[in-house]
Design a protein around this ligand. Sequence first.
Ligand code: SER
Length: 359
Amino acid sequence: MQVRSGNEIREQFLRFFETKGHRRVHSSSLVPANDPTLLFTNAGMNQFKDLFLGAERRDYSRATTSQKCVRAGGKHNDLENVGFTRRHHTFFEMLGNFSFGDYFKREAIQYAWELLTSKEWFGIDPAKLYVTIFEGDASVPRDSEAYQYWLEVGVPEERIFELGVKDNFWAMGETGPCGPCSEIYYDFGREAAEDPSVDKPFPEDEQRYVEIWNLVFMQFDRAGDGTLTPLPKPSIDTGMGLERISCVLQGKLSNYESDLFVPLIRRVAQLANAKLTVNDLEGGLAEALAVADLDVAASMRIIADHSRAATFLISDGVLPANEGRGYVLRKIIRRAIRHGRFLEQTEPFLFQIDRKSVV
Ligand code: SER
């Protein structure tokens, strides 16, 4: 199959859900509207929070989006991981499908499995996939329904794992809509393992087995004291990182080797007098990054990532400041500049990290 670009993958996702009766809705701003509980938009469901809570109605009950997200502050914060893993970002796009009291677990699972495995869509080999369900705790029972629906679509029982609250109960923040979730993982193979000489089973190796899609079964509204109140209508909120699925479908081991990042990494190398030159990169980014000094590679990833976050935050109206959102943006910019210094860049350069300017 021809390799798809990140843009084509985004479009395919949205189109798939349109064929299932979902309304394509535009991404909301990174600055949440009317929600003091959130620093930045951190998930596709944020703009639909009031629909889940039953406080708002719209003329559609199914939606699909590609949502701009920043996870660099608040409950979901990946800032310190960025640069040192293959798949964390401060800014990323979350592909999602949503049901507001319309379909629930069975259809959410059927749709996800069809999109991922059907040859007409993403065509991923099911032997590369694992799924997880919520094992239950004192307040919410084991998700035996999700277990049953995964079996129905053909996932063998030895590929369905039960995990606890940390992995399989999703909440937007300390309060608000939440519920058990079911995650789909992709096996990148021994090549990607923490130690490639050891064949660890799922879910023991976080480098090798990577979560690509989270299906949240929104059932509760959590109050400040932790009490869970059932939502008026159970709903669906799913999220799949465009950068991760692009890495999978483009046959790469790192999001930074997908077409969403390669032009930026090349630009960093070109501008920042990196020990890694653009010519080295022509031979293959993976090989070049593998031979590069580890710190150099991390700095290049950090600059590429942070330039995207800074660009999208500024375009949504955030400016560097001493507090709140503006302070987080300032931290992101400073971190990028610091890593530019490591790459011997002494002139202002961040404003030139632009995929179009690679010659
Ligand atoms: N809200 C869930 C998440 O962020 C699914 O979209 O993972």
